[in-house]
Structures are given as structure tokens and as C-alpha cells.
Design a protein around this ligand. Structure first.
Ligand code: SAM
Length: 440
């Protein structure tokens, strides 16, 4: 019997559509990409689609520069998807190992899928011209302005240059590299060493576990290929956020609050780290994101009271006892995790930073009131910007005489409080921690 033929969608056309939605329409890649990936059956094609989108978002200004050099005049707005397709085409020629003739042919074929068949000739000519002129164009690119060469929005690069005059280039470069996959073995089920042995038996290459228990894989894997994933023996989490549980240091019998908890990575880790708590409470403002908290806790066998609420207004969702320890993993610019979410560069705006800093201050103030005398508050962000980190905590200390600063290392001083990890340091995400103790 004849099987009905299923058409394989053109991956370049899908990538161009996704990029158009993210860059021009402000939608997040984590929403748009999975929806388009559903149209693709083959796992390798799904991975290729992801690589095209991530790659173009990482190099957007450079690719835009190269395409603009080749176009005689800008394409009109209704043909913007084709502009993104051209970037997908040039990206394949500059940065992927796809044979050039196949990359060009597939990209030209995508023009029809984007319902612009009359532009086939133009796309073909632009890509062929790029092949012919690549050296001269790359040399021109190397002389362009910093935001183009370093593939960052001008406002963000300016902030990085101002705050990190000696290493802004390294930060920008690390932001544009693919991030490794890190695992967090569930220590209630197996030690990090035991889990490393399970990985080795499954022939999954990994580095030896760190003292924190974090394990870095040599290459990304489908989670269901990880030994015991479905049974909750392990979670996927970058190495940097895995410091949170030990820094919070929850003790048996204590009342613990994770104030901005979704999707629940750190809540679960706290529960794994110290299962004999009196109560673990996880709060998040976003009801839809709390679904992931429930799923993660269920898979890992961790119990917590999950509440939808605003951490800046705890009186609306909490009338229980004050907490012994509170983790404030604050909403932030996410400028430390650009390597995992390259769309952040194009979705965030300069004005977001002050608004986020104000929100973080309100959450910190409200959470402080929920902390017992003698209790500990751990503040964390996945940002590299001092306005959200060092300056935020310095200003908190200056306005709260009952707050004692607990240094996490030698560089963590009262004048410059907190521990700032930069993206790529120890192969981890950019992250910030500061620990405060409420005086009795
Ligand atoms: C950095 S993420 C938390 C990540 C989480 N701690 C983990 O490890 O999986 C910040 C979270 O803060 C939440 N959020 C934003 N504003 C909030 C508020 N006013 N109150 C509580 N949660 C808030 C967001 O919905 C988001 O889930």
C-alpha cells in the first residue's frame, strides 16, 4: 500500500520566519522555535533548524552588514523574511560545514516557501556574489564599528565597555559561543561520582564532577538519553546556578523560601540538598511557568509548597511564619546567559535595566521583612550588569542597618559586594551571588 507522502519543510524558510518573528516582532526564541520545530520530523533536521536560528542571532549585526553590502537597495518591509533568509544563507557560507552548493540551492528554494518566487534570482545572485567577494567583504567587516564586529547591540556593548574596560571583548566573545551542557546529579539518588560512573557506562563523555557535584558533558545529549533522567536521578542545569543551594546552606528543620522559583531548578536543588526541611516554599509571579515547577519537583520526588504570587507583595500570599533562609533569584536582564539565549541581545532594551533594578530592589525589601532575625538571604541573578548586582546590594546594605554582608570570597567586600561570575568563566554562565545575614 502506498504511504501518504509527508512533505519535508524547507528548514531555511522556517529559520527565516522564526528570525523575522524574534527580531522584528519581539517574540522570544524559546516560544517560536519549538512551535516551528514541531513541523519537522527528523531529529537532525530539528537540530539544524536550531543551529541556523541560534547562529544567525549570535552574528546578526555582522550578517546584516554583509547582506546590506551585497544588496543594491534595501528590501521593502513586506519582503523582510527574505532579508532574514539572506542572512541564513550567508551564515551557512561563513560558519557551517554544509557544502556550499547545497547551502545555496536550499536557500534559493526557500524563497518560494516564503511566497516570494520572484526573488529567487536575487537570492541566488547575492549568495553567489558573497562567495566571489567573501575576502573583501570580511575585510570590510573587520573595520566596522564595535557593535557590528562584536555582534552586540550598541547600548549593551557600551555598558560592558564601561563596567569591564579590560575584558569586555572576552565577555562579548563568550556570549557568542555555544554553551556546554551541564548536569546536576540528584544526590538523594546518587552521588556525583556515582552518576559520573553511570555516564561512563552509557558511553557518554563527561569531565570529572566538580566539588559542587556539577558535571560538564563533552557534547549535548537528548535528556532522555541520560541514565535515570525520567526517574529523577539527574537534572540539566548550568554549573553556575548549581552553587546556589550550597551558598544558601539550608539546614534540617528550617523554613525556606525560594522567592522567584520558576521553572524550579533551584527549588529542586535545595530540596535535594537538604530533604529534612520543615517546609520549602516556592513562589513565582507567572502561573504558566509554575507548571514547570510542578513537573520538575514531581520528576525529582521533591516536596514543596508552590504558590503563585508577587515577591514584592508577600502579604497577599503569605501569613505564615518568617523564613530562616530566602533565595531571591531575581528577574533580571539575563545578560549572563546570552550564550544560551542569543535572542536576549535583540529583545532587551537599555531602558529595561533601570526598570529591572527597581523591581529587584522592591523584591529585596519585601523579602527582607519575611526573614527571621538571624536568617540568611541569598540574592542571585544571571546578569553581568552591576546595576542589578553589586550596586543593588551596596545600596541595600547602605539602607538596611540590620543587614550584614557575608563575603563569599576574597573579592567580595563591603565596598564591592558579591561574587560575579562572567560568562565562559570555568565554562559556566555569567552569574551573581550575594549573601546577607539579618542581625538578631
Ligand atoms: C531568574 S528566573 C528564576 C529561575 C529559577 N529560580 C530557577 O532556578 O529555575 C526569575 C523568575 O522570577 C519570576 N518573577 C518575575 N517577577 C516576579 C515577582 N514580582 N514575584 C515573583 N516572581 C517573579 C519570573 O516569572 C521568573 O520565573
Amino acid at each position: 500500500m502506498n504511504q501518504p507522502k509527508t512533505k519535508t519543510p524547507n528548514l531555511r524558510a522556517l529559520a527565516a520566519t522564526i528570525l523575522h518573528q524574534v527580531v522584528d516582532k519581539g517574540q522570544s526564541l524559546s516560544q517560536v522555535l519549538p512551535a516551528q520545530q514541531e513541523k519537522v520530523r527528523d531529529g537532525r533536521d530539528k537540530a539544524l533548524l536550531q543551529q541556523l536560528c541560534y547562529g544567525v542571532l549570535r552574528q546578526l549585526p555582522s550578517l546584516d552588514f554583509l547582506v546590506s553590502q551585497l544588496l543594491e537597495k534595501k528590501l521593502p518591509n513586506k519582503q523582510r523574511a527574505v532579508h532574514f533568509l539572506l542572512m541564513v544563507g550567508v551564515y551557512q557560507l561563513t560558519s557551517m560545514r554544509i557544502p556550499e552548493h547545497a547551502a545555496v540551492a536550499e536557500t534559493v528554494a526557500a524563497v518560494v516557501k516564503l511566497k516570494q518566487p520572484r526573488l529567487k534570482g536575487l537570492v541566488n545572485a547575492i549568495l553567489r556574489n558573497y562567495q566571489r567577494q567573501s575576502e573583501a567583504l570580511q575585510s570590510k567587516l573587520s573595520q566596522s564599528a564595535d557593535p557590528v564586529k562584536f555582534n552586540h547591540p550598541g547600548w549593551l556593548l557600551k555598558r560592558l565597555q564601561q563596567h569591564y574596560p579590560d575584558n569586555w571583548q572576552a565577555i562579548a566573545e563568550a556570549n557568542d559561543l555555544a554553551a556546554p551542557m551541564w548536569l546536576r546529579p540528584n544526590q538523594q539518588k546518587n552521588s556525583a561520582q556515582e552518576y559520573a560512573e553511570r555516564l561512563s557506562e552509557a558511553e557518554i563523555e563527561a569531565k570529572p564532577p566538580l566539588k559542587s557535584g556539577a558535571i560538564q558533558l563533552a557534547a549535548a545529549k537528548d535528556v532522555f538519553a541520560l541514565p535515570g533522567f525520567a526517574d529523577g536521578d539527574v537534572s540539566v542545569q548550568d554549573g553556575a546556578p548549581q552553587f546556589a543551594a550550597a551558598l544558601l546552606d539550608p539546614q534540617p528543620g528550617e523554613q525556606i523560601l525560594d522567592a522567584c522559583a520558576a521553572p524550579g531548578g533551584k527549588t529542586a536543588h535545595i530540596g535535594e540538598y537538604c530533604p529534612e526541611l520543615a517546609q520549602l516554599v516556592a513562589v513565582d509571579l507567572e502561573q504558566t511557568r509554575l507548571k514547570r515547577v510542578h513537573e520538575n519537583l514531581a520528576r525529582l520526588g521533591i516536596e514543596a509548597k508552590v504558590i503563585c504570587g508577587d515577591a514584592a507583595q508577600p502579604e497577599s500570599w503569605w501569613n505564615g511564619p518568617q523564613f530562616d533562609r530566602i533565595l531571591v533569584d531575581a528577574p533580571c536582564s539575563a545578560t549572563g546567559v546570552i550564550r544560551r539565549h542569543p535572542d536576549i541581545k535583540w529583545l532587551r532594551r537599555d531602558s529595561d535595566i533601570q526598570a529591572l533594578a527597581d523591581l529587584q530592589r522592591d523584591i529585596l525589601n519585601a523579602m527582607w521583612a519575611q526573614l527571621k532575625a538571624g536568617g540568611t538571604l541569598l540574592y542571585a541573578t544571571c546578569s553581568v550588569l552591576p546595576e542589578e548586582n553589586r550596586e543593588q546590594i551596596a545600596s541595600f546594605l547602605a539602607t538596611h542597618s540590620d543587614a550584614e554582608h557575608v563575603p563569599l570570597n576574597e573579592a567580595d567586600t563591603a565596598e564591592s559586594p558579591g561574587w560575579q561570575l562572567l560568562p565562559g568563566e570555568q565554562d559556566m554562565d555569567g552569574f551573581y551571588y550575594a549573601k546577607l545575614k539579618k542581625q538578631a
